[in-house]
Design a binder for this molecule. Structure first.
Ligand code: T4K
Length: 385
């Protein structure tokens, strides 16, 4: 059998990576492929995409969802569907795709600081950043931590702004008994292979507004409305049937995967809670949280290692953690010259970017892999195992 650099870790000293795709039994995917072969429809909205859209709407408890080719293009399609222009207010503490996608559409980011604990955009900073050019607020439910959606939606209403929530990490996240995608104007999902639910590469936009859903569907197909009419400047953002088939095979596994991830999360917390300088994340609820990442914070003081030292020491033990999200978007070449990128204005984001460390979190981690990770981190912190 072919071994890839991402094969599941063995007990010995095999590398352990931060993520590993939730893979269905290959026969379950083969069954999907057999159907696709029979129809010969490989893309352009075949039955697999129709079925997956329906299954996701039911799973997430939302009214509409349009599948797309990835989470970056989902943000771009959302931007176009909402007809955004000028500036958007956003967080610097996110994967670079959030900011790049809207900048690619010609908009200028205005960064505001994050909440020091949730690490999502701080609603108290938003109003001061609104200018006559602002057209939207783009919040990110980072690590699945939900944004302060009530406050943000109220600010948007007051200033007549649109709201996009980047829900790339928030598959299945719920708040006040509703899907997190029920808030704001549009929520965008990533179904990249490193996500809890995935289609290999993929994404979606979800919205409560029928006109926005229709706009997204037209935009993903070059802006074509019918054989005679091409009203919009669309793009090719379609999900293929092969990806949708993968999604149909993966979706039934998600609930069980979450149970496994929660148990690993609990083991990590039990092992790291008492280590000086380490702040562990709160253990979430299976019905409300996404369990997308396990991210702790390293607050180094005299005598305790820094986050970067821990990252390097884990690497030496063949455990590949990630510093999501360092560097900050506001520190990258493209955006660092902006007034809003001034580090003095973004102290909480800079602190988070210095302190976060994401550890491997996926159901196929064996008990002994988890023990290896725990021992490696405890040793790196100078704590006896
Ligand atoms: N908004 C937010 C908030 C996001 O986090 C993202 C993406 C987006 C928008 C955009 O969505 P997409 O356009 O990607 O759908 C990864 C992912 O590529 C990216 O999707 C994700 N966020 C970001 C946080 O992480 P990298 O560069 O860290 O991925 P990579 O290839 O280093 O993978 C991490 C580990 O996962 C590897 O060490 C091994 C494992 N892996 C990875 C792949 C791709 C596998 O085992 N199998 C695989 O196929 O960006």
């Amino acid at each position: 059998m072919t071994q890839s650099r991402y094969s599941a870790a063995a007990a010995a000293n095999e590398p352990i990576y931060v993520a590993s795709p939730l893979l269905p039994d290959i026969d379950a995917y083969r069954d999907q492929l057999v159907d696709i072969w029979a129809t010969k429809q490989l893309t352009n909205g075949g039955q697999k995409s129709v079925n997956l859209e329906q299954a996701l709407k039911e799973y997430l408890g939302i009214q509409s969802l349009a599948l797309l080719s990835n989470g970056t293009i989902a943000l771009m399609v959302a931007c176009r569907a909402l007809k955004l222009t000028g500036e958007f207010i956003t967080t610097p503490f996110t994967f670079i795709a959030t900011v790049h996608a809207l900048a690619w559409c010609g908009l200028k980011p205005v960064f505001v600081d994050i909440d020091p604990v949730a690490m999502t955009i701080d609603p108290e900073r938003i109003e001061a950043a609104v200018t006559p050019q602002t057209s939207a607020i783009v919040g990110v439910h980072v690590y699945g931590n939900r944004c302060a959606v009530d406050e943000i939606d109220a600010i948007a209403k007051r200033h007549k702004l649109k709201v996009i929530y980047d829900a790339a990490h928030a598959f299945g996240t719920r708040y006040r008994g509703r899907s997190i995608a029920d808030f704001g104007d549009v929520s965008t999902y990533s179904f990249h292979s490193t996500k809890l639910f995935h289609t290999g590469e993929g994404g979606a936009v979800a919205t409560r507004h029928k006109d926005l859903d229709a706009a997204a569907r037209s935009l993903r197909n070059f802006g074509i409305a019918s054989e005679e009419s091409i009203p919009g400047t669309g793009i090719n953002a379609k999900m293929s049937e092969l990806q949708a088939g993968m999604g149909l095979a993966v979706l039934p596994l998600v609930d069980d995967e979450k149970v496994k991830r929660r148990s690993i999360f609990q083991r990590y917390n039990d092992a790291f809670n008492a280590i000086p300088g380490i702040t562990t994340p709160p253990l979430g609820d299976l019905g409300e949280d996404s369990f997308q990442y396990y991210c702790l914070r390293v607050v180094s003081a005299a005598g305790t290692p820094t986050r970067d030292e821990l990252y390097q020491r884990l690497k030496t033990a063949n455990v590949f953690s990630r510093r999501y999200f360092w560097p900050l978007c506001s520190d990258t070449e493209e955006y660092k010259h902006l007034d809003s990128a001034d580090p003095a204005r973004l102290p909480n984001a800079h602190r988070a970017a210095r302190e976060v460390l994401c550890l491997p979190l996926y159901g196929t981690l064996k008990d002994e892999d988890v023990s290896r990770i725990i021992n490696a981190l405890r040793e790196a912190c100078g704590v006896a195992s």
